[in-house]
Design a protein around this ligand. Structure first.
Ligand code: C2O
Length: 489
């Protein structure tokens, strides 16, 4: 069992020190190591004056939604002085993921990596690296030995930034994203959204020297982001400290072509051992518009009587005061409704000019799915206010990214081009600005599962919803009962 003590820790940055919320006094937090099929027990003890909860981002949590972590969705927060034991099994997953606080903005400092190794004796489906390095983007050093291959487990734990990652003078071979293997491909630049993880192999094929590593922002939210490029250095053993560093030239912030090229290169490994189980028949055909909007707000001083909101199908999700999963399990009425719309209220037409239906309604609505039903979900970005890239994260599932395009989704012609053979499988996907993505998944995990934009500012504005998946009738097809120490609201 691991102990995660949530404590204040003072950090010094730019000569002033200020206390931040941390796990065990570390920032970023410790990496959690497990093997495929392990049961993981983490006792979280809250010793700060804020409510907390921890989410194991990308862990499927089969039937164990109680351990998923989003506050007010699967659990009430752990209040100051309380503790909660997260208990889950890592079923059929291996790779890199991340854990982070899942309440308000706390994940800015409360986050760390998750490394799931294959079962003992099971090799990777690519050549074993000499060394593995967990890289939580945002400042690090990498010592290299010439001739060896390294595996970097890249984790984007940023609140609001989709990042390009590059190492001067070196090619990166992508082998895994979001704890699923992909067909290896070589690239100069990796694109990685908040909440996403990417494993790359890099051969130390230069003889010596120092090479700049850069993580620079892709357009994402133009509001309130820090546009600095985070840099680090790869330094070969034996390099003189006086040696010059080879610079990287990171892609410009609007390098959509670079982003598209990377995204379109991702394919599931789809090998005999790791087949891609893409649902071929669809039970629920959903079309969600995702984006920002504007609501009238006569009492608002700023914004000339209006306020920025965000929504899915023009619904701004309102956080409940009791966790949805509890309300569902104990049949509490009045906490949520199951009328989340399968389509937007108006036919959506993205023409490059803002549509007129900006206003949203507010509600705690979920979309209900029968056990084991299959879902195709097209998410269309509305890009009403400005270019917006929305990294959408679905809890409780991996999904297949079967299609992607710019402009309006065409329900007649676009599905013909879907990749239903080896689409990449992941848990977080960028909906391109002014474009769409299509995903498919099987609702084989009973419970209540949050789906939201992983740009924290958009989540706060309401770009979120939840799926409710019913229990199945067979053995092992029901949500397990809640643990005795489940926090109360
Ligand atoms: Cu990584 Cu719901 O979040």
């Amino acid at each position: 069992m691991l102990l995660f003590q949530v404590v204040m820790k003072s950090t010094t940055r730019l000569c002033s020190s200020k206390p931040i919320v941390t796990v065990n006094g570390r920032f970023p937090g410790q990496t959690l190591y497990a093997r495929e099929d392990d049961t993981v027990l983490v006792r979280v003890v809250n010793q700060v004056n804020y409510n907390v909860s921890i989410h194991w981002h990308g862990i499927r949590q089969l039937r164990t939604g109680w351990a998923d972590g989003p506050a007010y969705i699967t659990q009430c927060p752990i209040q100051p002085g309380q503790s909660y034991l997260y208990n889950f099994t890592v079923t059929g997953q291996r790779g890199t993921l991340l854990w982070h606080a899942h309440i308000l903005w706390l994940r800015a400092t409360v986050h760390g990596g998750i490394v799931i190794l294959p079962k003992l004796g099971v090799p990777y489906p690519f050549p074993a690296p000499h060394k593995e390095v967990v890289v939580v983007l945002g400042g690090f050093t990498l010592p290299f030995q010439a001739g060896k291959t390294y595996m970097l487990r890249l984790i984007n734990a940023a609140l609001n930034e989709e990042l390009f990652f590059k190492i001067a003078g070196h090619k990166l071979t992508v082998v895994e994203v979001d704890a699923t293997y992909v067909k290896p491909f070589k690239t100069d630049t990796v694109l990685i959204a908040p909440g996403q993880t990417t494993n790359v192999l890099v051969s130390a094929d230069q003889s010596s020297g120092k090479y700049l590593v850069a993580a620079s922002p892709f357009m994402d939210a133009p509001i309130a982001v820090d546009n600095r490029t985070a840099t680090a250095t790869v330094s070969y053993a034996g390099t003189l400290s006086s040696a010059q560093t080879t610079p990287t030239n990171p892609p410009p912030q609007n390098a959509t072509a670079v982003a598209n090229k990377f995204t379109n290169s991702l394919r599931s490994l789809n090998s005999q051992k790791f087949p891609a189980a893409v649902p071929q028949k669809i039970d629920h055909n959903l079309f969600f518009t995702v984006g920002l909007g504007i609501n009238p707000c006569p009492s608002c001083k700023a914004g000339n009587g209006s306020r920025v909101v965000a929504g899915i199908n023009n619904v701004t999700f309102v956080m409940p005061t009791t966790a949805l999963l509890q309300a569902h399990f104990f049949n509490l009425n009045g906490v949520f409704t199951t009328d989340f719309p399968a389509n937007p209220p108006h036919v959506f037409n993205y023409t490059g000019t803002p549509p007129t239906n900006l206003a949203t309604t507010r509600g705690t609505k979920v979309y209900r799915l029968g056990y084991n039903s299959t879902v195709q979900l097209v998410m269309q970005d509305t890009a009403i206010i400005s270019p917006e890239n929305h990294p959408i994260h679905l809890h409780g599932f991996n999904f297949f990214a079967v299609g992607r395009g710019i402009g309006n989704y065409n329900p007649k012609s676009d599905p013909k081009k879907f990749n239903l053979v080896d689409p990449v499988e992941r848990n977080t996907i960028g909906v391109p600005s002014g474009g769409w993505v299509a995903i498919r998944f099987r609702a084989d995990n009973p419970g209540v599962w949050f789906m939201h934009c992983h740009l924290e500012i958009h989540t706060t504005w309401g770009l979120k919803m939840a799926f409710l998946v019913d229990n199945g009738k067979g053995p092992n097809q029901s949500l397990l009962p809640p643990p005795g120490d489940l926090p109360k609201c």
